[in-house]
Design a protein around this ligand. Structure first.
Ligand code: 13P
Ligand code: SF4
Length: 303
């Protein structure tokens, strides 16, 4: 079916079902264009909880839809492709976290939202890349901190805060496809460009950054900045998102290979099917959701 017809079908079904379409900043262009709201992980959690609609079509990856289901248990949260996972989230298990907690009794557990609901349920406070530093700073000095799953975000926060942190050995395969040489090369071409880097990248890349920000932070930064050219060191979908928001500025991807295959599993056809069938619904068992919600809410209260 041609793209225009698919979009029309989505708009008609969305009205019929009383649904809202949320999409992460890394989603394919055609999904970004059909979405009602675009955002980073934190924005999308908040939109899910605040949405007036009863049905949320969540265009992102599994842990994000799960977070929406945790925050809005009375709503129907649909992930158009249930196999859209996050390898980093899957690197940390609830059992592994429990073992680490047993080795470090008294440590406060801070977990990145890129984690499963079960891991969040064993967490004291969640964080996103937008608020990880603030969350860690909110923990009383002298308490040690278990941080996971991302060792690069964890390492960056550790450096910024000087706190004692036991960091899980997880990472994002997509962000590891950005190399320092690429930034150095692009800086030689775009002399006045601002280099914006996501904290999931390797520290060798973070060191070359002008600013280290989550995807929502990048949008806010560009809005406030007088610069006209930006080198974007994160997943490639972010370049489309930034161009859409700021058509008069120039955005250059640090690496065309930094593509999250899971984010790209969502298609217009799958959104049509999700709205037609109201499936696949993402649910979280009540007991797990209750504990995970408390950890997410503590984060929201901090930042
Ligand atoms: P943001 O919260 O910055 O949007 O990042 C989410 C993510 O999955 C990064 O890889
Ligand atoms: Fe997970 Fe990395 Fe994809 Fe983000 S970009 S969803 S961390 S695999």
């Amino acid at each position: 079916m041609p793209r225009r017809e698919l979009v029309q079908k989505i708009l008609a079904l969305k009205a019929e079902r009383g649904a809202v379409i949320l999409a992460h900043n890394y989603q394919p262009p055609e999904i970004q264009d059909v979405a009602d709201r675009l955002g980073d992980s934190l924005d999308l959690s908040r939109f899910s909880a605040a949405a007036a609609e009863r049905v949320i079509v969540f265009c992102g990856v599994h842990f994000m839809a799960e977070t929406a289901a945790i925050l809005a248990p009375e709503k129907t949260v649909i992930l158009p492709e249930p196999a859209a996972g996050c390898p980093m989230a899957d690197m940390m298990s609830a059992e592994g976290l429990a073992d680490l907690k047993a080795k470090h009794p008294g440590a406060v557990v801070v977990t990145y939202v890129n984690s499963t609901a079960e891991v969040k349920a064993g967490t004291d406070v969640c964080c996103t890349s937008a608020n990880a530093v603030e969350v860690v700073r909110s923990i009383p000095e002298g308490r040690s901190i278990i941080f996971g799953p991302d060792k690069y975000l964890g390492g960056w926060v550790k450096k910024r805060t000087g706190r004692r942190m036991i960091v899980w050995n997880g990472w994002c395969p997509t962000h590891q496809k950005i190399y320092p040489e690429q930034i150095e090369q692009l800086r030689k071409i775009f002399l006045d460009a601002v280099v914006m880097v996501h904290p999931e990248v390797n520290p060798a890349v973070t060191e070359l950054a002008d600013v280290v920000l989550g995807t929502g932070g990048m949008i806010r930064y560009v809005r406030e900045s007088a610069a006209t050219t930006f080198i974007v060191a994160t997943e490639i979908g972010m370049v489309y998102r930034l161009k859409k928001e700021f058509p008069d500025r120039q955005f250059v991807a640090a690496s065309k290979h930094a593509l999250c295959p899971n984010m790209k599993k969502i298609s217009l056809e799958k959104v049509v099917s999700a709205l037609e069938r109201l499936e696949p619904v993402i649910t979280v068992p009540q007991e797990v959701a209750g504990r995970a919600r408390a950890a997410i809410q503590r984060m929201i209260e901090i930042g």
